[in-house]
Design a protein around this ligand. Structure first.
Ligand code: ARG
Ligand code: ZN
Length: 876
């Protein structure tokens, strides 16, 4: 069934709910095609809601069986039911119990929202508006209720039956072969946090004792046979629970915490109270099947969902415009957790790479929107890099402004004051303002204004005055729906580095700066630092303290100096990237790479510096990706020119640094058994980066080395890195290795995803045909989101030269997939379509092709709200 024309929802139209639901009693009798849901809602008129408003409950594709009010069946004329809503016609008392029985078909649910089946198991996804696909309900996050859930199923089909909260009772249903469990969640929650699971699953058990001594039973449920692959996730869970106690003073609050891994899931995972449901990609790992990146991903998603128990569940969002209240904050929290568990600088570099690749790109194109949007047609399209990643950056800036203690005091006040509430961004900021006495009204603009500020910093040393003057200008270009922009508040962490490489003391306006942070609030502002005996080199926006596009008047020599000496590892990395980007931009524009000697020498120093962490070296030596280069070029981008230039620069580095790269590779070759810890992972990442450079010339010796690594690897990280290197060169070795990999892992869908995605990213003419052929393999399925993302998503986002082929075939292919998928899974279809988000930066012919492709979508009748929304906004 297709959706009707999407009607925009506006933040300005928010009204409190007219009716509240104090308790929800659900009785769900699972059946593959006719699951019976009986819901008993204790409704109460909201004194703060519109008086006299009738009871209107949301639905989505529901089949109503019966309605009863305070135990008495309601006659047909007393209510109006459609698949989309249930309205009570007659006036009612201010408090009553409504009983509603509906039927749903989980097997036919291909949208993977509401109650559906994955590998035969029953599971749910209710955020954002999936609960209304299970039963009629005021499906909005500011209606919080206490849930008691009885789940019943055929014992053979579903021996495991789970819901939120604590298990109260279970037992057989006499003479039926069926059984039931009853779950009670004492914490009031919005419907989007409801979850239910039924199936044949194995429990990996463990336990945790909170710091106040409460024992918690932990369980990770996986498909039978996969138990051993859940141990890393369990370890990450226990570390997350401890970390939230020490870092934020937050304990877990139920007797059980369960996680279920399912193989068909629209996103990463879901924080349902006490019953997180995960895409199995973020649970299952073994050294032979998962890479270091997979392990890191599991650690951060497990942490993310667990941390939502406070930032999202105990304090939830008043409405979906406030999504960043829980998502931005929780991403910030999971980033901090991973930083504490691993290397902080390396984690920061990786996070900023993600931010720039996903969010800066989004903000530079037609899908740009504020961290807190003020209107939407389809909320599922707002689970974006802006809400998540930029939302986390805003919280990070808050911490930079308020300091460690001020930030913690604000968080404590926020939790204490809003525990059990559905809160807003205003509530969040008010807690920090009150806890610290700071006026955050200007800072709040970060939530409302979209676009990435462009900041120009010009430094000048005055030898006579022994002073350094820093002029900062900021400007944000107009974005869709926002033509007027104001200056935002920028906390810029900085250092002034003396000729000896050491940070100089910072004296501003005659006094020493206690914190090395300047606060820029105006469009143009100057800062004069005094007491400097020699010309310093400016290191600005250390740690990427503000999410901005920064340009400075630093020379190439200054960047080389920073790459060697900056005390801030992020800016050392950034200086390397800056040098590379300057070369690549010129190279792509002029078709000829300028002299790369300064970068080569800086890279040599990083590579041979024995004091540096290998993981850091790997980040610093990795060239900016094609998409990042394109974003820097910003207009009339020719992806082929970007690709060619980047290849050329890689070859220059590889040739000049062949000796130290070879030594690095050999020195990091180890026989010790695989461990996913950060230090070992860092060594592998540097060794595999060296392999990539060393193979760039595709000499037979180099290909043989990659082949040898592929064959000898005892872990997926090294095997897959070798395969990735081989995949970049059209040789028989590639064909062999790809075939071997397929044979080894044909029964392991999560590993096959890697194989699909690698091939989708081969930057060669034949790739589109290859991708089309891969869609026909039995291991591929358009109904599994992971497969679709790995193949089609990777092609559209990770292969700019082929997706943006001048012929338009790449664009057409994506549109064909999107239109085909829209009928069954609009959310995934819309997500794929957003790969066009940066089409306006392309050169005219490719831009026109992308526009035609988007128009072909827009004019298709019967589109889902999800896809229609992305098409309309992309073209606006
Ligand atoms: N809240 C989930 C998270 O942890 C994501 C839910 C996404 N839902 C959606 N409809 N896209 O980030
Ligand atoms: Zn989240």
């Amino acid at each position: 069934m297709r959706d009707a024309e999407p009607v925009p929802v506006r933040l300005a139209d928010y009204r409190p709910p007219a009716w509240l639901v104090d308790t929800v009693d659900l009785d769900v009798s699972l059946h593959p095609t006719a699951t019976r849901v009986i819901s008993r809602l204790a409704l109460r008129r909201n004194p703060e809601g519109a008086a006299d408003a009738p009871v209107v409950l949301d639905g989505d594709g529901l089949t109503l069986v019966r309605v009863a009010l305070d135990g008495a069946p309601l006659a047909g004329g007393a209510y109006e039911a459609t698949p989309q809503s249930l309205t009570l016609r007659a006036p009612t008392a201010d408090r009553f119990v409504l009983e509603v029985e509906t039927l749903v078909n989980p097997t036919a649910n291909t949208r993977l929202m509401g109650l559906y089946r994955s590998s035969g198991n029953y599971c749910t996804q209710c955020e954002a508006e999936g609960f209304r696909r299970i039963t009629y309900f005021p499906d909005r996050p500011d209606v919080l209720s206490v849930y008691t859930v009885r789940v019943e199923a055929d014992r053979a089909e579903a021996p495991v039956l789970l819901s939120n909260g604590n298990l109260e009772r279970n037992g057989p249903v006499a003479d039926t072969g069926r059984h039931y469990t009853i779950w009670h969640d004492p914490w009031p929650k919005p419907a989007y946090l409801f979850a239910l699971v039924g199936g044949n699953l194995s429990k990996v058990p463990d336990h945790f004792v909170t710091r106040s001594g409460r024992p918690i039973e932990l369980g990770i449920y996986v498909e039978p046979g996969k138990e051993s692959r859940a141990s890393y996730a369990m370890d990450a869970l226990k570390r997350s629970m401890r970390w939230d106690e020490t870092a934020f003073g937050r304990e877990y609050d139920l007797d059980v915490f369960n996680i279920v891994a399912v193989s068909d899931f629209n996103m990463g995972a879901m924080e349902n109270k006490g019953l997180n449901i995960f895409n199995d990609k973020y649970v299952l790992a073994s050294p032979e099947t998962a890479t270091d990146a997979d392990y890191a991903g599991i650690e951060s998603v497990i942490a993310h969902e667990y941390f939502h128990n406070w930032s999202g569940n105990r304090v939830t969002c008043r409405d979906w415009f406030q999504l960043c209240l829980k998502e931005g904050l929780t991403v910030f929290r999971d980033q901090e957790f991973s930083s504490d568990q691993r290397s902080r600088p390396v984690k920061r570099i990786a996070d900023v790479r993600t931010l720039k690749a996903a969010q800066f790109t989004e903000d530079a194109g037609p899908l740009s929107h504020p961290v807190r949007p003020d209107t939407y047609r389809e909320i599922n399209n707002f689970y974006t890099a802006t809400v998540y990643e930029k939302g986390a950056e805003v919280v990070r800036m808050l911490k930079t402004l308020l300091g460690e203690d001020g930030f913690r005091a604000g968080m404590d006040l926020y939790y204490d004051r809003h525990d059990g509430d559905a809160a807003t961004i205003e509530d969040f900021l008010a807690a920090f303002a009150e806890a610290t006495g700071r006026d955050l009204s200007h800072f709040a603009l970060w939530y409302a204004q979209s676009g990435t500020p462009r900041v120009t910093a010009t430094g000048a040393y005055d030898e006579a005055a022994r002073s350094f003057r820093l002029d900062v200008r900021q400007e944000t270009a107009p974005t869709s729906g926002q033509s007027e922009k104001k200056p935002v508040m920028l906390p810029l962490t900085l250092g002034l580095i003396g000729p000896d490489g050491a940070d100089q003391p910072l004296t501003l306006g005659g006094s020493n700066m206690p914190h090395p942070v300047i606060e820029v609030t105006e469009a143009e502002q100057s800062f004069v630092f005094t007491g400097l005996d020699a010309r310093p080199v400016l290191s600005l926006n250390r740690g990427f303290s503000a999410p901005i596009n920064l340009s400075t008047n630093l020379s190439d020599e200054d960047l080389v100096f920073l790459a060697a000496h900056d005390a801030d590892p992020f800016n050392r990395f950034d200086a390397m990237q800056g040098l590379a980007l300057r070369l690549l931009k010129t190279g792509a524009a002029e078709g000829r790479l300028p002299d790369a000697t300064p970068l080569v020498e800086a890279a040599r120093r990083v590579l041979t510096d024995t004091t540096l962490d290998p993981a850091f070296k790997a980040q610093a030596l990795a060239l900016p990706g094609e998409n990042e280069i394109a974003r820097e070029i910003a207009t009339d981008v020719n992806p082929d020119a970007v690709f060619t230039t980047r290849r050329a620069l890689r070859a220059v580095l590889a040739e000049a640094l062949a000796a130290p790269l070879g030594e690095t590779y050999d020195a990091l070759t180890t026989t010790s058994p695989y461990s996913p810890d950060a230090a070992a992972a860092g060594r592998r990442s540097l060794r595999n980066l060296a392999l990539d450079y060393l193979t760039s010339g595709a000499t037979s010796e180099a290909i043989a080395r990659a082949q040898a690594q592929y064959g000898a690897a005892d872990n997926m990280t090294d095997r897959f890195a070798a395969l990735a290197v081989l995949s970049q060169h059209d040789t028989p070795a590639r064909t062999e290795a790809l075939a071997d990999f397929y044979r080894r892992f044909v029964n392991d869908p999560l590993v096959i995803d890697k194989w699909l995605s690698l091939q989708a990213q081969i930057p060669e003419e034949g790739t589109l045909e290859r991708v089309k052929a891969l869609t026909l393999l039995p291991v591929f399925s358009m109904s599994n989101p992971n497969r679709v993302r790995s193949l089609v998503g990777a092609f559209a986002v990770g292969n700019p030269t082929q997706f943006h082929r001048a012929s338009g075939e790449g664009h057409n292919f994506l549109v064909d997939v999107v239109l085909g998928l829209d009928a069954t899974n609009p959310q995934v279809a819309a997500r794929l379509l957003s790969a066009f988000k940066s089409f306006r930066q392309l050169e005219p012919a490719r831009r026109a092709s992308a526009e035609r492709a988007l128009q072909r979508v827009a004019v298709t009748p019967g589109l889902s709200a999800d896809v229609a929304d992305i098409a309309i906004r992309s073209l606006s």
